[in-house]
Structure formats: structure tokens, C-alpha cells
Write a protein that binds this ligand. Sequence first.
Ligand code: GRF
Length: 199
Amino acid sequence: MSSDMNADEKPGMAIMISGTGSNMEAIISAAKRGSLSVRPVLVVSDNPDARGLKKAKSMGVKTLAVPYERGIPREETESAIIGAIKAERAEWIVLAGFMKLLTPRFVQAFRNRIVNIHPALLPAFPGAHAIRDAIEAKADITGVTVHMVDELMDHGTIIAREEVAILPGDTEETLAARIHAVEHRLYPRTLQQLFHEDF
Ligand code: GRF
């Protein structure tokens, strides 16, 4: 906990998304219900058209779109994000379908304060197509991983994992639906444990 936070105040959290934001919605809903003790202070997207941005606004959370422009160094774009997160005094950064790789400078600015969810049992199937890759590899089991973010993609200390069976005839869509259902339950629960050191 930072020194400028009251002991009885909930920690602030920024969520970073690129698309639908169904995990973001599950997390904000859990915070509203009180099962996740955190203040969602900001939702950031690299994609101004992300559906999740509208959803976040409708849930009363401040939003910020920061497009990554071609030819502009990523560090420069990230500076705007870092500035906004610090201005809102977010202690935690939760990646929920954020599709850009963070630079080492960003990771170092919030060391051990950035969390990600990945739709596979890491270290298996890292990358942007984890669900399709697991089906194509004819795996029987895949799942969901929640992990701390370090400088490498889909890498860092694993906090929670849950298996999801791949059924005969599964398509990317049918498997994704079951994986999402697990994510929406596992992510808020794991964040509650992490934010309040309840492991
Ligand atoms: C999730 O499957 C998550 O594991 C991955 O991106 C997807 C985001 O989905 N990192 P949504 O935007 O939360 O619906």
C-alpha cells in the first residue's frame, strides 16, 4: 500500500483493454457488488472503438483511448497512459484483453503491480491465438492463467490457473465461450486474493 493511501481506503485499479471488455465488465461488476474490494478508477484502451470503452462509461468508470500511431515510439504513447494512471493514483493495473506488449519501461514503472489473464494454461500456448492454437495442437485440456506481468509476453509469476477440457467437435467459438465463463469467475476472485494478500 502506498503511503498516501488511507488504511481503510480501497486500492485504486486501472484496467487496460483492446476489445469487448467482458472480463473488464466482470471485474467492475464484482467491485460494485463488493466481492472485489477495489476502486476501478480508469479504463484505458489502445483502440478508440473498443466496445468495452462504452460499457465502462455506462458503468460509471472514467475512460481513456490512447491509439498507438505508426511511427510514434511506443514509449511515447505509453507516457500518456502512465501519466493518466498515476494521476488517478491507481495502485494496480489489470490487463483484460489488452493486445499491445508493454515496454520494459512501463513494466518497471509498475513492477509487481500489473496482472494479466491468458486463455490457456501457460507456459503452454502463449500469444494472441491461444484458443485456436490449443485446438490445432489437438490438446485435450487447456484453460485459463492469471499471472503477474514482466518484460516478456505472457510470462511472469503465475497466480492462478484453471483447466478447461477441449471437447470433441469444439470450435474456437464454443471453446472460447467456456473459457470466458471460467475467466469471468476466476479473474475477480484471484484479484481479490492478490490485492488483499489472501493466498
Ligand atoms: C480473454 O480471453 C483474455 O484471456 C485474453 O483476451 C480475452 C479478452 O476478452 N487476454 P474480453 O475483451 O475480456 O471479452
